[in-house]
Design a protein around this ligand. Structure first.
Ligand code: 0RA
Length: 650
């Protein structure tokens, strides 16, 4: 190639790079999911994933993440450092290639088999493209190298900036405020993911520091996550607010048919099943072949044991798959070289070859455990038999709900004030705390598309109740019938039939006080445990009634928090005129009249709805078990910690 040709080739390469990054900036959602809070946090996961890969390849054991004062993020690891030498094909530093070429990531280290990788696995160049500033620093071969970028464009060639005995890579990036709806990081969201990563990749130390705040002693807030025993500890963490049935965890770690499999499980005294399944460190909400493998191994092994122990014959009950999963908490983690992700949210593993290895791993670990722990084996079988009996009672209760639907004409609950539209996409249902607020909402609503259903008092705590109690509960039956969804079948009580869903917005409207937030949590727990798909589809919302009305003469305005109230008081003071600056504190919805409720809380033009989402499935389960469980102190701490956000969250 002549010099001239080389030059042309070089610039052609550059143009390609720019086109790649331009595509990311044009359609960021295609690469990182969305440009909301989720996508913003996804940037961090993408960068951390690269360091996790380096750790899994055996070259790194410490990763530190810092939220800087300006909401930029620094991720540092002690790995080999991204190579900085000239890349033979691209004719520029390998570091620059990794940072600017889409999907360049692990290309030039074939021995490293990339197992982690964000949901989209798009690589750090996407983060670069979506950052107004990014600085990469590499500590390697006794030297320090650096390159900086703006919206993905290098500001200078990779340069040597000093000497150091350190090893590793540091990436500091500032998300582009013109792309993201919000650029403020949430500490708890990042902490939940870092904790999860530490459990999933034992032996790696991950620290998280929030440099935006200090505690009472002037220290920065932060945590260190490290797990010696991996999923063993993850399962114990998930169950830390529940009462254990087994003294220790059932655990397997190893390779089956070339697939790395790690599984841990235990039983608690609750009635809920909590299985978290991961593929390459990604939580697969929708399950898939690895989860099927887990279920198959569990059912076969326990059924065999129960039959051979003779305990079943005495009880004369038929046991089924579901019965083995009441009170079960388990985590399954597999590493798959070329995962096929399917399903609505691309979180369902499709690879057929994964089922057998997981099933074998589970059978082996359980068989060993049952043999070595005869007393606990007996406890498990007794629990399974109880579950089978309860399931028969639940089936009767469920059939009653279904039959009532068919028999009573419209089948709709008497308490429901339905809307006139029949198009689910535009229909909303308000689940309102109390009959009196329900009455106000009925007067205030737009009956064309807004339906109202009052709920009396506290709905059942589904976290503590057995299934048949749940289907016998009046309020819960009413919710099912009003929504028009069928109760799940016996095989999978959580499978909904959403085709018949009558409203695509289910809005929980409770008083802005302690009781109201408790009721809100009870209803959310019900949806999370029994209609999770509704939450995943984004159908569940929380209404936000105002806390104050600030009045002056004929003028009145509403405030949703104390700051806003104080600002309004100041404004009204400033606007001249005499005193009598009246502030009304709304403790309950009932204190508003129909018109006020419509104006502030129900009118789509002015209201703020908070959409309920599942950010982190494992954490979410944990939060509900804690909020609804027996233990008071963690609940109080959580509520106090989140209370200040409760009214500003949009
Ligand atoms: C490919 C090759 C080598 C290191 C890395 C990638 C690497 C990438 C990242 C991203 C974040 N931290 C990282 N650490 C390392 C090194 C190959 C060699 O030194 O022989």
């Amino acid at each position: 190639m002549s010099e001239q040709e080389k030059k042309q080739d070089y610039s052609a390469g550059n143009i390609q790079v720019l086109e790649g990054l331009e595509a990311v900036r044009k359609r960021p959602a295609m690469y990182i999911g969305d440009v909301g809070v989720k996508g913003l946090h996804h940037l961090v996961y993408e960068v951390v994933d690269n360091s996790i890969d380096e750790a899994l390849a055996g070259h790194c054991d410490t990763i530190s993440v810092a939220i800087n004062e300006d909401n930029s993020i620094t991720v540092r690891d002690n790995g080999r450092g991204i190579p900085t030498a000239m890349h033979p094909k691209e004719k520029k530093s390998a570091l620059e290639v990794v940072m600017t070429v889409l999907h360049a990531g692990g290309k030039f280290d074939k021995d490293t088999y990339k197992v982690s990788g964000g949901l989209h696995g798009v690589g750090v160049s996407c983060v670069n493209a979506l950052s107004s500033d990014l600085r990469a620093t590499v500590y390697r071969e006794g030297k320090i190298f650096q390159q900086e970028y703006k919206i993905g464009v290098p500001q200078y060639d990779v340069k040597e900036i000093g000497a150091s005995d350190d090893r590793g890579t540091e990436v500091r990036f500032l998300p582009d405020a013109s792309i993201f709806e919000s650029t403020v990081y949430n500490y708890d969201t990042l902490a939940a993911r870092m904790r999860e990563l530490a459990f999933l990749n034992k032996g790696i130390t991950i620290t998280l520091t929030d440099l935006r705040h200090t505690d009472e002693e002037g220290k920065h807030i932060g945590e260190k996550f490290y797990s010696e025993n991996g999923l063993n500890e993850f399962v114990q963490y998930l169950d830390r607010n529940r009462e254990a049935l087994l003294t220790d965890t059932v655990y397997f770690e190893g390779e089956k048919d070339g697939i790395p499999v790690e599984v841990a499980m235990t039983y608690n005294t609750s009635y809920t099943e909590n299985i978290q399944a991961y593929v390459n460190n990604i939580n697969t909400h929708e399950g898939g072949t690895h989860l099927s493998g887990f279920r198959r191994g569990l059912t076969n092994t326990l059924k065999k044991y129960a039959t051979e122990s003779g305990m079943l014959a005495k009880e004369k009950v038929e046991i089924e798959g579901d019965d083995f999963r009441e009170g079960l908490t388990a985590v399954v983690s597999v590493k798959v070289a070329e995962p096929q992700f399917e399903g609505q949210t691309k979180t369902k593993l499709g690879n057929r070859e994964v089922t057998a290895p997981v099933s074998q791993a589970v059978s082996q670990m359980l068989a060993d455990y049952l043999e070595e722990h005869p007393n606990e084996a007996k406890t498990i079988v007794q629990k399974v038999i109880l579950a089978a009996k309860a399931r028969q009672a639940a089936r009767k209760a469920r059939e009653m709900v279904q039959r009532k639907n068919v028999m009573s004409g419209s089948g709709l609950p008497g308490k429901l004030a339905d809307c006139s539209s029949k198009d689910p996409a535009e229909c909303e249902i308000y689940l309102v705390e109390g009959d009196s607020a329900g009455g106000t909402a009925k007067q205030g609503r737009d009956r064309n598309f807004q339906a109202i259903m009052p709920l009396r008092g506290k709905i059942l705590n589904v976290e503590k109740a057995m299934q048949h109690k749940i289907f016998e509960n009046e309020e819960i039956k009413n919710i099912y019938t009003a929504l028009g969804v069928r109760v799940g079948t016996e095989e999978d009580s959580k499978a909904l039939n959403l085709e018949k869903l009558r409203y695509h917005k289910v809005i929980i409207m409770c008083d802005a006080d302690v009781d109201g937030s408790h009721i809100e949590t009870l209803i959310l727990t019900f949806f999370f445990r029994y209609m999770k798909e509704m939450v995943e589809k984004g159908y569940i919302y929380i209404a936000t009634p105002p806390l104050y009305q600030v009045k002056k003469g004929a003028k009145s305005q509403y405030a949703w928090d104390d700051n806003q109230r104080d600002r309004l008081i100041q404004e009204m003071k400033g606007s001249g005129a005499e005193s009598s600056v009246g502030v009304q504190r709304y403790k309950g919805l009932g204190e508003m009249n129909a018109e006020q409720l419509w104006e502030t809380t129900m009118n789509p033009e002015f209201r703020t709805l908070r959409q309920v989402t599942i950010e982190n499935a494992a954490e979410c389960d944990q939060v509900f078990s804690m909020l609804m469980g027996e233990d008071v102190p963690p609940r109080r701490e959580f509520i106090e910690r989140n209370a200040k956000y409760a009214n500003i969250d949009v």
